[in-house]
Design a binder for this molecule. Sequence first.
Ligand SMILES: NC(=O)c1ccc[n+]([C@@H]2O[C@H](COP(=O)([O-])OP(=O)(O)OC[C@H]3O[C@@H](n4cnc5c(N)ncnc54)[C@H](OP(=O)(O)O)[C@@H]3O)[C@@H](O)[C@H]2O)c1
Length: 261
Amino acid sequence: MEILDRFRLDGKVAIVPGGGGAIGSALAKMLSSAGACVAVVDRSAELVEETVRIICERGANALRVPGDMTAEADAERVIAQTIETFGHVDIIVNAIGGGAGKVLFDAQEYPRKEWDWIYELNVRATLLPTQAAVRAMIARGQGGRVINISSVRGLLGINAGYSAYVAAKGAINSLTRQWATEWAKHGITVNAISPTFVDTPQVAMLLGDPAFKASVVSRIPIGRVGQPEDLFGAVLFFASDASSFVTGQILGIDGGLTATQ
Ligand SMILES: NC(=O)c1ccc[n+]([C@@H]2O[C@H](COP(=O)([O-])OP(=O)(O)OC[C@H]3O[C@@H](n4cnc5c(N)ncnc54)[C@H](OP(=O)(O)O)[C@@H]3O)[C@@H](O)[C@H]2O)c1
């Protein structure tokens, strides 16, 4: 087999919770261009529609599956609908999360409501669709791929009120290793990418402050923040046969930021 063929996803079915968001939509389109049929999941039917429309306009296969991934019934349903349409599910790329910049509080005062919200958004919305997808992968017996989107904040503290987000992304890193350990016997690999700031609407307000952006960029050796496209290579690697002996890894996509710490 040619080496580049090992990165192709022809015949694979990928589901992307958060596929209507900035990073998820870019990743859904990338997975489709690598050959996968893609089920696009998001809370907003309009955002799902937009991603699916672009994929279908390119002549590829995509499925609209709106749903709230903090609700168990919705998580079950989106996996069931994906299997009904495409026959199986091979890859899940968890792209729901974030919220950090909206709820900044000193650690000793961090309020329960905002803490719970960040956990729902980052941990529960990753947990429920993954459990449903992996049950289907195990039942089929053909293995699979789970890819989580963590953040450098899962690894690094920051003196700026991010307790809940740091804890939630730390939980994603731990679950990545735990799931990798438990599901290897089923041929399912679990890996995560860990980006620094990616230029998306979710962080536009923070990066819109020139002093804040300059201080972020000054700490990144490559000298810029990320773009959604910067995540493509790692996600494709983890999604494809090319990574078949790689599991439980958390790959920094951070322009060298964590190398300096
Ligand atoms: N952007 C960055 O700088 C950056 C850096 C490191 C890591 N990350 C991580 O990358 C991931 C994606 O970030 P992003 O910037 O692409 O965020 P985004 O644009 O907000 O995308 C997330 C999408 O998930 C949807 N969503 C939220 N809760 C949901 C639920 N319960 N069920 C279904 N859909 C739900 C959101 O819809 P609503 O708008 O309705 O909430 C949104 O469309 C997150 O895990 C984030 O922590 C981002």
